[in-house]
Design a protein around this ligand. Structure first.
Ligand code: NCD
Ligand code: ZN
Length: 346
Protein backbone atom coordinates (compact mmCIF):
# COMPACT_ATOMS: atom_id res chain seq x y z
CA UNK A 1 0.00 0.00 0.00
CA UNK A 2 1.31 3.42 -0.95
CA UNK A 3 2.18 5.53 2.07
CA UNK A 4 3.13 9.12 2.63
CA UNK A 5 4.96 10.58 5.62
CA UNK A 6 4.78 14.33 6.14
CA UNK A 7 6.07 16.77 8.70
CA UNK A 8 2.89 17.90 10.45
CA UNK A 9 1.36 20.58 8.22
CA UNK A 10 -0.11 23.96 9.17
CA UNK A 11 -3.36 25.47 7.92
CA UNK A 12 -2.57 29.12 7.34
CA UNK A 13 -6.21 30.22 6.86
CA UNK A 14 -8.99 28.69 8.95
CA UNK A 15 -12.45 29.64 10.24
CA UNK A 16 -13.31 27.86 13.48
CA UNK A 17 -16.37 29.89 14.61
CA UNK A 18 -17.22 29.87 18.32
CA UNK A 19 -19.30 28.10 20.95
CA UNK A 20 -21.04 24.88 19.89
CA UNK A 21 -20.00 25.38 16.26
CA UNK A 22 -16.35 25.55 17.29
CA UNK A 23 -16.76 22.34 19.29
CA UNK A 24 -18.28 20.63 16.23
CA UNK A 25 -15.46 21.47 13.81
CA UNK A 26 -12.15 21.96 15.62
CA UNK A 27 -11.19 18.27 15.66
CA UNK A 28 -11.47 18.03 11.88
CA UNK A 29 -8.54 20.44 11.59
CA UNK A 30 -6.59 19.31 14.65
CA UNK A 31 -6.63 15.69 13.41
CA UNK A 32 -3.84 16.56 10.96
CA UNK A 33 -2.77 20.20 11.26
CA UNK A 34 -0.32 21.16 14.02
CA UNK A 35 -1.19 24.86 13.89
CA UNK A 36 -3.65 27.13 12.15
CA UNK A 37 -3.98 30.83 11.51
CA UNK A 38 -7.46 31.41 12.92
CA UNK A 39 -9.63 34.03 11.26
CA UNK A 40 -11.21 36.72 13.46
CA UNK A 41 -14.57 37.17 11.67
CA UNK A 42 -16.73 36.26 14.64
CA UNK A 43 -19.82 38.26 15.55
CA UNK A 44 -18.69 40.65 17.08
CA UNK A 45 -15.24 40.52 15.45
CA UNK A 46 -12.02 39.81 17.34
CA UNK A 47 -10.41 43.26 17.47
CA UNK A 48 -8.18 43.28 20.56
CA UNK A 49 -5.35 41.12 21.84
CA UNK A 50 -7.39 40.31 24.94
CA UNK A 51 -10.32 39.10 22.82
CA UNK A 52 -7.97 37.03 20.66
CA UNK A 53 -6.40 35.38 23.70
CA UNK A 54 -9.80 34.62 25.21
CA UNK A 55 -10.91 33.12 21.86
CA UNK A 56 -7.70 31.07 21.79
CA UNK A 57 -8.54 29.65 25.22
CA UNK A 58 -12.03 28.70 24.02
CA UNK A 59 -10.48 26.89 21.04
CA UNK A 60 -8.08 24.97 23.29
CA UNK A 61 -10.93 24.12 25.67
CA UNK A 62 -12.99 22.74 22.75
CA UNK A 63 -10.21 20.40 21.60
CA UNK A 64 -10.91 16.73 22.23
CA UNK A 65 -8.39 15.14 24.61
CA UNK A 66 -5.26 13.85 22.94
CA UNK A 67 -5.26 16.29 20.03
CA UNK A 68 -2.32 18.63 19.99
CA UNK A 69 -3.15 21.87 18.14
CA UNK A 70 -1.83 25.41 18.35
CA UNK A 71 -4.24 28.18 17.32
CA UNK A 72 -2.39 31.22 15.95
CA UNK A 73 -4.64 34.20 16.39
CA UNK A 74 -5.42 37.26 14.28
CA UNK A 75 -7.11 40.61 14.83
CA UNK A 76 -9.82 42.02 12.60
CA UNK A 77 -8.87 45.37 11.11
CA UNK A 78 -11.68 47.90 11.61
CA UNK A 79 -11.99 51.67 11.42
CA UNK A 80 -11.31 51.70 15.17
CA UNK A 81 -8.03 49.73 15.17
CA UNK A 82 -5.29 51.91 16.65
CA UNK A 83 -1.53 51.86 15.97
CA UNK A 84 -0.96 51.37 19.72
CA UNK A 85 -2.67 47.95 19.55
CA UNK A 86 -0.38 47.00 16.66
CA UNK A 87 2.71 47.98 18.69
CA UNK A 88 1.61 45.51 21.36
CA UNK A 89 1.43 42.79 18.68
CA UNK A 90 5.10 43.03 17.71
CA UNK A 91 6.71 39.67 18.43
CA UNK A 92 3.57 38.32 20.18
CA UNK A 93 3.74 34.54 20.54
CA UNK A 94 0.03 33.76 20.03
CA UNK A 95 -1.48 36.69 18.12
CA UNK A 96 0.44 36.91 14.87
CA UNK A 97 -1.33 39.02 12.29
CA UNK A 98 -4.13 41.39 11.31
CA UNK A 99 -6.88 40.50 8.83
CA UNK A 100 -8.19 42.99 6.29
CA UNK A 101 -11.74 42.53 5.01
CA UNK A 102 -13.24 45.06 2.64
CA UNK A 103 -16.48 46.10 4.38
CA UNK A 104 -19.32 43.79 3.35
CA UNK A 105 -17.20 41.68 1.00
CA UNK A 106 -17.85 38.35 2.65
CA UNK A 107 -19.35 36.53 5.65
CA UNK A 108 -19.19 38.67 8.84
CA UNK A 109 -17.29 41.44 7.09
CA UNK A 110 -19.65 44.27 7.99
CA UNK A 111 -17.08 45.76 10.34
CA UNK A 112 -14.37 45.71 7.68
CA UNK A 113 -12.48 48.56 6.11
CA UNK A 114 -14.44 51.01 3.96
CA UNK A 115 -11.52 53.09 2.67
CA UNK A 116 -8.07 51.58 2.92
CA UNK A 117 -6.40 54.98 3.14
CA UNK A 118 -8.10 55.51 6.50
CA UNK A 119 -6.23 52.46 7.79
CA UNK A 120 -2.82 53.67 6.55
CA UNK A 121 -1.60 54.86 9.99
CA UNK A 122 -2.34 51.39 11.39
CA UNK A 123 -0.79 49.66 8.38
CA UNK A 124 2.29 51.86 8.66
CA UNK A 125 2.71 50.64 12.23
CA UNK A 126 2.35 47.06 10.98
CA UNK A 127 5.19 47.65 8.53
CA UNK A 128 7.34 49.11 11.33
CA UNK A 129 6.49 46.34 13.82
CA UNK A 130 6.77 43.50 11.27
CA UNK A 131 3.15 42.40 11.78
CA UNK A 132 1.75 40.63 8.68
CA UNK A 133 -1.40 41.96 7.03
CA UNK A 134 -3.63 39.13 5.78
CA UNK A 135 -5.81 40.41 2.98
CA UNK A 136 -9.15 39.27 1.67
CA UNK A 137 -8.22 40.23 -1.86
CA UNK A 138 -11.41 41.57 -3.35
CA UNK A 139 -13.05 44.93 -3.80
CA UNK A 140 -16.67 45.15 -2.77
CA UNK A 141 -17.85 47.69 -5.29
CA UNK A 142 -21.25 46.76 -6.77
CA UNK A 143 -20.03 48.26 -10.05
CA UNK A 144 -17.27 45.65 -10.34
CA UNK A 145 -18.25 42.25 -11.70
CA UNK A 146 -17.90 39.57 -9.02
CA UNK A 147 -15.50 37.59 -11.23
CA UNK A 148 -13.19 40.64 -11.60
CA UNK A 149 -13.03 41.68 -7.96
CA UNK A 150 -9.67 40.09 -7.23
CA UNK A 151 -7.97 41.65 -10.24
CA UNK A 152 -9.39 45.09 -9.40
CA UNK A 153 -8.18 44.61 -5.81
CA UNK A 154 -4.64 44.05 -7.11
CA UNK A 155 -4.74 47.21 -9.20
CA UNK A 156 -6.53 49.57 -6.84
CA UNK A 157 -5.69 48.32 -3.33
CA UNK A 158 -2.75 45.92 -3.17
CA UNK A 159 -0.32 47.49 -5.61
CA UNK A 160 -0.65 51.03 -4.19
CA UNK A 161 -0.34 49.60 -0.67
CA UNK A 162 2.88 47.70 -1.38
CA UNK A 163 4.35 50.74 -3.15
CA UNK A 164 3.57 52.93 -0.19
CA UNK A 165 4.78 50.47 2.49
CA UNK A 166 7.60 48.48 0.89
CA UNK A 167 8.51 46.64 4.11
CA UNK A 168 4.95 45.49 4.84
CA UNK A 169 4.47 41.73 5.07
CA UNK A 170 1.31 40.71 3.24
CA UNK A 171 -0.45 37.39 2.77
CA UNK A 172 -2.80 37.60 -0.20
CA UNK A 173 -5.42 35.15 1.07
CA UNK A 174 -7.16 32.42 -0.91
CA UNK A 175 -6.04 33.61 -4.33
CA UNK A 176 -8.24 32.58 -7.24
CA UNK A 177 -6.85 34.06 -10.45
CA UNK A 178 -3.91 33.87 -12.79
CA UNK A 179 -3.40 37.61 -12.21
CA UNK A 180 -2.91 36.99 -8.49
CA UNK A 181 -0.45 34.17 -9.18
CA UNK A 182 1.63 36.43 -11.45
CA UNK A 183 1.46 39.34 -9.03
CA UNK A 184 2.76 37.22 -6.15
CA UNK A 185 5.46 35.60 -8.29
CA UNK A 186 6.75 38.99 -9.37
CA UNK A 187 6.31 40.55 -5.95
CA UNK A 188 8.81 41.05 -3.16
CA UNK A 189 9.90 38.44 -0.60
CA UNK A 190 7.44 40.06 1.84
CA UNK A 191 4.41 39.01 -0.26
CA UNK A 192 2.94 35.50 -0.12
CA UNK A 193 -0.39 33.80 -0.89
CA UNK A 194 -2.53 30.99 0.43
CA UNK A 195 -4.34 28.60 -1.91
CA UNK A 196 -7.47 26.61 -0.95
CA UNK A 197 -8.43 23.06 -1.94
CA UNK A 198 -11.62 24.21 -3.67
CA UNK A 199 -9.84 26.67 -5.94
CA UNK A 200 -7.39 23.92 -6.92
CA UNK A 201 -10.11 21.36 -7.58
CA UNK A 202 -13.02 23.23 -9.16
CA UNK A 203 -13.81 25.94 -11.65
CA UNK A 204 -16.98 28.05 -11.66
CA UNK A 205 -18.97 25.50 -13.64
CA UNK A 206 -19.21 23.51 -10.41
CA UNK A 207 -21.57 26.13 -8.96
CA UNK A 208 -24.02 25.72 -11.86
CA UNK A 209 -23.82 22.02 -12.67
CA UNK A 210 -27.41 21.01 -13.62
CA UNK A 211 -28.78 23.52 -11.11
CA UNK A 212 -27.46 25.88 -8.49
CA UNK A 213 -25.13 24.19 -6.04
CA UNK A 214 -24.71 26.22 -2.89
CA UNK A 215 -22.04 23.96 -1.41
CA UNK A 216 -19.64 25.13 -4.10
CA UNK A 217 -20.19 28.77 -3.24
CA UNK A 218 -17.40 30.52 -1.40
CA UNK A 219 -15.70 33.88 -1.61
CA UNK A 220 -13.74 34.74 -3.59
CA UNK A 221 -16.02 32.83 -5.93
CA UNK A 222 -14.62 30.00 -8.10
CA UNK A 223 -13.22 31.24 -11.41
CA UNK A 224 -12.70 29.96 -14.99
CA UNK A 225 -10.63 26.86 -15.77
CA UNK A 226 -7.47 28.74 -16.90
CA UNK A 227 -7.34 30.35 -13.46
CA UNK A 228 -7.66 26.99 -11.74
CA UNK A 229 -4.81 25.67 -13.86
CA UNK A 230 -2.64 28.66 -12.92
CA UNK A 231 -3.34 27.99 -9.23
CA UNK A 232 -2.43 24.31 -9.56
CA UNK A 233 0.79 25.27 -11.33
CA UNK A 234 1.64 27.80 -8.61
CA UNK A 235 0.86 25.49 -5.68
CA UNK A 236 2.81 22.59 -7.16
CA UNK A 237 5.73 24.69 -8.45
CA UNK A 238 7.82 24.62 -5.29
CA UNK A 239 7.70 28.42 -5.11
CA UNK A 240 8.11 29.23 -1.38
CA UNK A 241 5.61 32.10 -1.31
CA UNK A 242 2.59 29.92 -2.13
CA UNK A 243 1.40 27.80 0.77
CA UNK A 244 -1.50 25.91 2.24
CA UNK A 245 -4.50 27.73 3.68
CA UNK A 246 -7.77 25.82 3.50
CA UNK A 247 -10.24 28.64 4.21
CA UNK A 248 -12.41 25.88 5.67
CA UNK A 249 -15.54 27.88 6.54
CA UNK A 250 -18.37 25.97 8.20
CA UNK A 251 -21.99 26.99 7.78
CA UNK A 252 -25.07 24.98 8.73
CA UNK A 253 -26.83 23.22 5.87
CA UNK A 254 -29.87 25.48 6.28
CA UNK A 255 -27.70 28.60 6.00
CA UNK A 256 -26.13 27.30 2.77
CA UNK A 257 -29.30 25.91 1.16
CA UNK A 258 -31.26 29.12 1.30
CA UNK A 259 -32.55 31.89 -0.98
CA UNK A 260 -29.52 33.88 0.16
CA UNK A 261 -27.00 31.20 1.04
CA UNK A 262 -23.81 31.91 3.00
CA UNK A 263 -20.40 31.85 1.33
CA UNK A 264 -17.99 29.23 2.62
CA UNK A 265 -16.95 25.62 2.07
CA UNK A 266 -16.31 23.28 4.99
CA UNK A 267 -13.25 21.44 3.76
CA UNK A 268 -11.46 20.53 7.00
CA UNK A 269 -12.47 16.82 7.05
CA UNK A 270 -10.85 16.25 3.63
CA UNK A 271 -8.69 19.29 2.87
CA UNK A 272 -5.28 17.74 3.38
CA UNK A 273 -6.29 14.66 1.39
CA UNK A 274 -7.45 16.89 -1.49
CA UNK A 275 -4.12 18.71 -1.60
CA UNK A 276 -2.42 15.31 -1.76
CA UNK A 277 -4.56 14.30 -4.73
CA UNK A 278 -3.77 17.58 -6.50
CA UNK A 279 -0.02 17.13 -6.06
CA UNK A 280 -0.22 13.46 -6.99
CA UNK A 281 -2.15 14.28 -10.18
CA UNK A 282 0.49 16.89 -11.05
CA UNK A 283 3.16 14.23 -10.57
CA UNK A 284 4.98 16.17 -7.84
CA UNK A 285 3.92 14.54 -4.59
CA UNK A 286 7.47 15.15 -3.40
CA UNK A 287 6.71 18.90 -3.34
CA UNK A 288 3.65 18.63 -1.11
CA UNK A 289 5.51 18.70 2.20
CA UNK A 290 7.13 22.07 1.49
CA UNK A 291 3.77 23.59 0.45
CA UNK A 292 1.90 22.13 3.42
CA UNK A 293 4.49 22.11 6.21
CA UNK A 294 7.43 24.40 5.44
CA UNK A 295 6.64 27.50 3.39
CA UNK A 296 3.89 28.91 5.60
CA UNK A 297 5.93 28.51 8.77
CA UNK A 298 8.95 30.05 7.06
CA UNK A 299 6.98 33.07 5.88
CA UNK A 300 5.54 33.67 9.35
CA UNK A 301 8.97 33.18 10.93
CA UNK A 302 7.74 30.18 12.93
CA UNK A 303 9.81 27.06 13.57
CA UNK A 304 8.82 24.17 11.31
CA UNK A 305 6.85 21.44 13.09
CA UNK A 306 8.79 18.45 14.32
CA UNK A 307 6.05 15.81 14.47
CA UNK A 308 5.06 13.57 11.58
CA UNK A 309 1.79 12.33 10.12
CA UNK A 310 1.30 9.26 7.99
CA UNK A 311 -1.21 8.77 5.20
CA UNK A 312 -2.16 5.70 3.20
CA UNK A 313 -3.57 5.46 -0.27
CA UNK A 314 -6.84 3.86 0.69
CA UNK A 315 -10.36 4.69 -0.46
CA UNK A 316 -12.94 5.84 2.04
CA UNK A 317 -16.37 7.43 1.72
CA UNK A 318 -16.60 11.08 2.66
CA UNK A 319 -19.74 11.48 4.80
CA UNK A 320 -22.75 13.03 3.09
CA UNK A 321 -23.56 15.02 6.20
CA UNK A 322 -22.12 15.71 9.66
CA UNK A 323 -23.78 16.95 12.86
CA UNK A 324 -23.54 20.73 13.39
CA UNK A 325 -25.37 22.62 16.14
CA UNK A 326 -29.02 21.55 15.94
CA UNK A 327 -28.59 21.24 12.19
CA UNK A 328 -26.15 19.46 9.84
CA UNK A 329 -23.15 20.49 7.82
CA UNK A 330 -22.29 19.26 4.35
CA UNK A 331 -18.53 18.81 4.00
CA UNK A 332 -16.61 19.43 0.79
CA UNK A 333 -16.92 16.44 -1.58
CA UNK A 334 -19.77 15.00 0.49
CA UNK A 335 -20.63 11.44 -0.55
CA UNK A 336 -17.61 11.08 -2.82
CA UNK A 337 -14.65 8.75 -2.47
CA UNK A 338 -11.42 10.07 -1.02
CA UNK A 339 -8.29 8.22 -2.10
CA UNK A 340 -6.01 9.02 0.83
CA UNK A 341 -6.55 8.27 4.48
CA UNK A 342 -4.83 9.68 7.52
CA UNK A 343 -3.37 7.03 9.82
CA UNK A 344 -3.92 8.27 13.32
CA UNK A 345 -1.38 6.18 15.17
CA UNK A 346 1.97 7.79 14.38
C1 NCD B 1 -15.64 32.83 4.90
C2 NCD B 1 -16.51 32.56 6.11
O1 NCD B 1 -17.54 31.89 5.99
O2 NCD B 1 -16.15 33.02 7.22
N1 NCD B 1 -16.35 32.48 3.71
C3 NCD B 1 -15.81 32.14 2.50
O3 NCD B 1 -16.54 31.98 1.55
N2 NCD B 1 -14.51 32.00 2.36
C4 NCD B 1 -15.20 34.25 4.88
C5 NCD B 1 -14.06 34.49 3.93
O4 NCD B 1 -12.96 34.01 4.14
O5 NCD B 1 -14.28 35.18 2.92
ZN1 ZN C 1 -11.55 32.87 4.92
Amino acid sequence: MKELMLTRPDDMHLHLRDGAALAAVVASSARCFARAIVMPNLQPPVTTIEQALAYRQRILAALPAGLDFEPLMTLYLTGNTRPAEIKRLAGHASVLAVKYYPAGATFNADNGVTTIEKAYPVIEQMAISGVPLLMHGEVNDPGVDIFDREQVFIETILDPLLNRFPGLRVVFEHITTEQAVRYVEQGPATLAATITPQHLLYNRNAIFDHGIRPHYYCLPVLKREPHRLALVAAATSGHPRFFLGTDSAPHAQSAKESACGCAGIYSAPVALEIYIEIFERAGVLDRLEAFASHFGADFYGLPRNTGTIRLQQKDWNIPTTLPYLDDCIIPMRAGEICHWRLVADV
